[in-house]
Write a protein that binds this ligand. Structure first.
Ligand code: CO
Length: 335
């Protein structure tokens, strides 16, 4: 069975000192181990002087990545930046510089990938024109789509400029992957990684809901290819609650012309939910033609081994598994 993983991340091994170039605080950088011991292939992702996350060579070394893909039976993988590289909160020029820097670095990793690795671009989403310009440049250079963070500061996915960007992507046939980041309620989710386990799913749900109720799907072309990460976060489980509110309170309808369940055929979700029952719910609500395998490799919270959840599902038939593991992604990204 062919397997395409649409949700994985990269870091270049090194990049220029952005704090030195632009000034300001909290720029991301990698602190590589300097000891010639077993740690030689590990690094600490830093945000300014804070430790953010331990990572290892699979992030930057295509050979390590391909070996682990072979180990887990993954044929092709789509790599994307990690949201810490987005720079949406910085001046547009700096964010555009970062986008170009990391987009070009992603393609360098793909070149080493023996035609098994593909990249999503990042854009300076705080500026519509710069985003359209960079995503078109990236497509011309070989990126197969674009990844965006699910909000820009206080702007959700019902924001006019964000919707205009999505329309641009639709017009240019550029698929969009939406990744949660900069999670809500950080003071109250600071412990136990609750930003990742509670904040991220809530962020993704918020994005889908705001796009539906903000009239995004009514306004945007049906040709738009858009996929949300982590199985859509809390969205599917709480769709009934959303639908109930839409039916009984006019203020819960926003600009949407139809009840929320009407729009389920307008977007895709990845399969990174780590639970067979959750996957069954997604298949029931969205259909097996709307889900794509995503692992979140090679981070500690990614699926290990990659593809295991879909592969071992006791309820999905072979055809549905093949759709989720590869067919839908091959269509979505034209691979
Ligand atoms: Co991810």
């Amino acid at each position: 069975m062919r397997v395409i993983d649409i949700h994985s991340h990269f870091f270049p091994k090194n990049w220029e000192n952005l704090a030195k170039k632009f000034g300001g605080e909290d720029w991301p950088w990698l602190r590589h181990s300097t000891q010639k011991c077993n740690d030689y292939n590990k690094a600490m992702l830093m945000q300014g002087c804070r430790e953010f996350r331990p990572i290892y060579a699979a992030c930057w070394d295509a050979n390590v990545r391909l070996e682990e893909m072979d180990r887990d039976g993954v044929d092709q993988q789509i790599i994307s930046a990690t949201p810490i590289l987005f720079a949406y909160e910085r001046p547009v020029k700096q964010a555009l510089y970062c986008a170009q820097l990391f987009n070009d670095a992603a393609l360098e990793i793909c070149v080493q990938g023996q035609e098994r690795l593909f990249a999503l671009a990042q854009v300076p989403l705080q500026d519509l024109d710069a985003s359209c310009q960079e995503v078109s440049r990236a497509k011309a250079n070989g990126h197969v789509g674009v990844q965006i963070g699910n909000h820009v500061g206080l702007k959700n996915m019902d924001d006019e400029a964000v919707l205009d960007f999505l329309q641009h992507c639709s017009d240019q046939d550029i698929p969009v992957f939406v990744h949660p980041w900069d999670m809500m309620a950080q003071e109250r989710t600071a412990n136990y990684m609750m930003g990742w386990t509670v904040g991220m799913p809530a962020e993704t749900q918020l994005s889908i809901v705001s796009m539906i109720l903000g009239g995004g799907f009514d306004r945007l072309s049906k040709n738009l290819k858009i996929c949300f990460a982590h199985g859509g976060g809390s969205f599917a489980f709480l769709l009934g609650r959303l639908e109930n509110a839409w039916i009984h309170r006019d203020i819960a309808r926003g600009k949407s012309q139809h009840p929320p369940s009407h729009y389920l055929d307008r977007f895709y979700l990845d399969s990174a939910v780590f639970d067979h029952d959750a996957l069954d719910l997604l298949v029931k609500k969205m259909g097996s033609d709307r889900l794509m395998f995503g692992s979140d490799y090679p981070f500690p919270l990614g699926e290990q081994p990659m593809g295991h959840l879909v592969d071992t599902s006791p309820s999905l038939d072979r055809h549905s598994k093949q759709q989720i593991l590869a067919e839908n992604a091959a269509h979505f990204f034209t691979l």
